[in-house]
Write a protein that binds this ligand. Sequence first.
Ligand code: LHQ
Length: 261
Amino acid sequence: MTEAVLLTETNAGVRTLTLNRPEKLNAANDALLLALTEAIAEADGDASVRVIVLTGSGRGFCAGQDLGDVSGRNMTFTEHLNHTYNPLIRAIRSCGKPVISAVNGVAAGAGASLALAGDVRLWARSAALIEIFSNIALVPDSGSTWFLPRLVGYHRAFELMALAEKVRSDEALRLGLCEHVFPDETFHQEVQAYAERLAARPANALKLTKQALNAAMTTTLDVALDREAELQQVAGDHWEHEEGVTAFKEKRAPDFRREYE
Ligand code: LHQ
């Protein structure tokens, strides 16, 4: 039997999805992209899952499109993106649960987009990101042109894309491409511990926060204020809010996981 292109594991409410084509630095083929998109939707609908982690097996995170898998394909570039990468990036951004990009190694091309697409980006010390598209005379895709300038500004984004420079973890942290860098040796334990911290937070409130932030990325302050007021009502009507306030008054830690255990 051939090894699955995507490995799935759930531990303490954390669903870890591991890209599993290590001999190619987890370069993506259609099977992997479709499996990953489906797995995110499945995790989104599973009440026992509170946080999703995306990571890679072996020494790479994702080397982007498998360049051995595109020649002779019966699809245009546009069709290919609309069929595979774009639904994946949309699934991550619209998922009601926090998605952690756990970047264990090199993230190149569409793999760099995947590294940027998570709500939280945790990197191993030896990880690196390369907007490598221009090496093969392509345009950055899978959301890179949207994510990167919002993080580093137009000019730095243009330079990284035009020169396909490798961004190492220390610089990534400085540029805001990741939130934390952990030692390679303990990376997966650190990611799991971080994910469990997030899993203990109020799931409904985080879902609404993600929704509000995503919408605010492309809107005016006026519209954002109105949306906050609407979503605050939804959050305030949820049991989590009552639990948070009660716990505060009783001087104890809130239990936001009680419905799931
Ligand atoms: C690979 C790949 C790979 C196949 C490493 N494919 N085998 C969207 C829609 C439609 C079409 C096109 O594209 C897109 C979006 C994109 O993602 S375009 C960008 C595609 N990706 C690339 O151009 C990256 C190509 N890879 C590299 O430049 C290097 O491998 C990097 C810089 C990522 C890592 O370098 P090294 O650490 O020196 O590793 P390596 O090059 O020795 O790679 C290890 C193996 O993985 C090697 O196989 P081998 O049999 O020789 O050991 C590579 O051939 C294979 N591999 N990336 N994308």
